[in-house]
Design a protein around this ligand. Sequence first.
Ligand SMILES: NC(=O)c1ccc[n+]([C@@H]2O[C@H](COP(=O)([O-])OP(=O)(O)OC[C@H]3O[C@@H](n4cnc5c(N)ncnc54)[C@H](OP(=O)(O)O)[C@@H]3O)[C@@H](O)[C@H]2O)c1
Length: 294
Amino acid sequence: MYLVTGATGSLGKRVVRYLREQQQPVRAFVRLNSRYGDLEQRGAQAFIGDLGHERDIQKACQGVSYVISAHGSNSDGGTAQSIDYRANIDLIDAAKANGIQHFVFISVLGSDRGYDDAPVFKAKRAVEQYLETSGLNYTILRPSGFASSLIPLAERYQQTGLYLLIGDPQTRSSIVSTDDLARIAATAPQIDAAKNIVFAVGGPQALERGEIPKIFQNLFDREPILINPPVLAIDGLRNLLGMFNPELKAALGTLRTLLAHEFYCTSDEVERLQTTFGFQLETLESFLRRYLSV
Ligand SMILES: NC(=O)c1ccc[n+]([C@@H]2O[C@H](COP(=O)([O-])OP(=O)(O)OC[C@H]3O[C@@H](n4cnc5c(N)ncnc54)[C@H](OP(=O)(O)O)[C@@H]3O)[C@@H](O)[C@H]2O)c1
């Protein structure tokens, strides 16, 4: 039995889908208020709980052989401290207590760079270190940005031609197909060469962020109207919001870090992924074409 957390998220639902396509038994950790009907229709068992509650985590791990931790703090409650950090520590402890065979953790590219102003990055690094010394078999995946996050931007572009690019258009990012990442996460427990390894996970191209509107232009045959404020604009917004909501200010530190730095994989890292997992990674354009039917 595979336990997948974050099973209603962009990545988690694809992990569940992939595992079910392979006829694997899956327990999907979901919240009562989330939309999980599709997961059940695919044959996954819905475990209703909250990752903020240790007892739910302990119960969810019973009778499980593999854990894929694909959850993350989002706008619907939960912080980097409670969801990205504490829930994963509780999950690792429960996995150990239940003699789980393999634990897959979704971290983030750059978690080891010491970004001090980015709570999610700090939480991910602390969890990686805890997992590495836990005695469990593990695979740590450090992905760059997900291609699925660009679908709503592409849809807006298709209608308006507008593209908001905050920061330097020349910073590079290896946007990864969310389907490829899901396949890597789902198969890691069965691949010997992925045991106790940390992988940087990115798509096959290190794209400059300014190239993304050009891909949209190709897809939709429409000239971009580029709005390109500097990262300093985020700083101004953070300081303003921070006067009313210090937690939001801290959370925006992660966004600022993402906008201000490069997140790409080297060609050696891409090759290593393709060799270990045995398939060719798809480009951002190919991913978008499949989802947007263009
Ligand atoms: N998106 C990216 O570009 C990116 C890049 C690098 C790394 N990552 C990492 O990849 C992972 C997956 O990201 P994603 O974009 O797929 O996330 P997402 O779409 O925001 O989904 C987050 C998932 O976590 C669940 N969750 C949050 N709080 C919970 C709680 N208290 N109890 C139970 N479930 C809870 C959500 O459930 P609900 O549906 O109930 O809200 C949802 O299923 C995260 O760890 C993220 O940090 C993401």
